[in-house]
Ligand binder design. Structure first.
Ligand SMILES: Nc1ncnc2c1ncn2[C@@H]1O[C@H](COP(=O)(O)OP(=O)(O)OP(=O)(O)O)[C@@H](O)[C@H]1O
Ligand code: SF4
Ligand SMILES: [Mg+2]
Length: 334
């Protein structure tokens, strides 16, 4: 197979996932569309950051990517194979998660060595004891913790255990869903640096979900921004942070607190009304909160189009003379 024919490590195409639930007690069942027409490709060895406000569908999207949740529509392929066609054994050897809260995945009555070694044990691996010792060392945990219980470890140490457990099968893809947000700020940096060194050690492809844009800028090669279940912008990390195109991305970046207290509170470029995941929209889903909204936005359905290095779901983005608009050269539509 030539390089151009090599499939991406992750390919999600046209994913839709709705939950059916009651908005209020005794209210009729309604559809909440958590992910809507999401397509995403991640090349082998690449790290893609997935960002967006709480409830925009990031965890739903990565659960589908991991094969833990079935989409209503669309396809997921890992290393060129449909995820539904993989056996559990094949899937766990290809793709593994690290979640926000390691406590939920670590059985409190099992010792650390047993927890780290369990995937290898279950999936027929050999030399479990030696592999566990190697993983402890790789994630920076002292060998003496092998006999400890999760409750005897700090939050950062428990997350290192979760990472060791995810990597012991030597997967090709690591999906990190806010892996540092439950940790102390000083420990967050250690875990980020650990993930970076393990990425190069294992040649990992990574998807990194985070609310911390500084971390995403540090880690990711490319960033996808989600709003109410849709991807609204995707761009190489530098392009996104240097010249966001979509009004929502600009608002997200503007809302980031700066380290200099003299700078004061960040500017709010977003309407105060919360996003309504139950609402249906004839036009742009961001229109009720967008500072650059125009009449046509409420009625024109937005599709992704190329704008310079970015892919943007906004017909107004890039128009000359628009307030705050960068002016890259449009290069076709998709
Ligand atoms: N199991 C579920 N049943 C019903 N609704 C759900 C379920 N899981 C998620 N949702 C809803 O789907 C939408 C997307 O949720 P999701 O957890 O994917 O968002 P998120 O971007 O990961 O948010 P956060 O940043 O807070 O983790 C939200 O409106 C959420 O309330
Ligand atoms: S389409 Fe209109 S409402 Fe939507 S993001 Fe663009 S300018 Fe704002
Ligand atoms: Mg989430």
């Amino acid at each position: 197979m030539t390089r151009s024919q090599t499939p991406p490590m992750i390919r999600m195409t046209g994913i839709r996932k709705a939950y059916r639930l009651h908005r209020k007690l005794f209210a009729p069942v309604e559809e909440l569309v958590a992910v809507n027409d999401l397509s995403l490709e991640v090349a082998a060895g690449e790290t893609v950051g997935l960002v967006g406000e709480s409830g925009c569908g990031k965890s739903t999207a990565v659960s589908i990517m991991l094969g833990l949740l079935k989409p209503d529509r669309g396809e997921v392929e890992i290393a060129g194979r449909k995820i539904g066609a993989l056996s559990v054994d094949e899937r766990v050897r290809l793709i593994q998660p690290v979640f926000q809260n390691p406590n939920a995945s670590l059985n409190p009555v099992k010792r650390i060595a047993s927890l780290i070694g369990q995937p290898l044990h279950l999936h027929g691996g050999e030399n479990v004891k030696a592999e566990v010792a190697r993983m402890l060392d790789l994630v920076g945990l002292p060998a003496r913790l092998a006999d400890a219980y999760p409750g005897e470890l700090s939050g950062g140490q428990r997350q290192r255990v979760a990472i060791a457990r995810a990597l012991i099968l030597k997967p090709r893809v690591l999906i990190c869903d806010e892996p540092t947000s439950a940790l102390d700020v000083s420990v967050q940096a250690q875990i980020i640096n650990l993930l970076l060194s393990l990425k190069s050690e294992f040649g990992l492809t990574m998807v990194f979900v985070s609310h911390n844009l500084a971390v995403v800028e540090h880690l990711a090669d490319r960033v996808a921004v989600m709003y109410l279940g849709q991807k609204v912008e995707e761009a190489p990390t530098d392009a996104l942070f240097d010249g966001a195109q979509h009004p929502y991305t600009k608002a997200l970046l503007a809302a980031t607190l700066l380290p200099d207290p003299e700078t004061g509170m960040p500017e709010q470029l977003i309407g105060a009304a919360p996003a309504d995941p139950f609402a249906t929209y004839a036009g742009c889903r961001f229109a009720p909160r967008c500072r650059e909204v125009q009449e046509s936005c409420h009625t024109t359905e937005q599709t992704l189009r190329r704008l310079g290095a970015s892919s943007v779901r906004c017909t107004i983005a890039g128009q000359k003379g628009r307030v705050g608009a960068a002016e890259p050269k449009p290069s076709g539509c998709s």
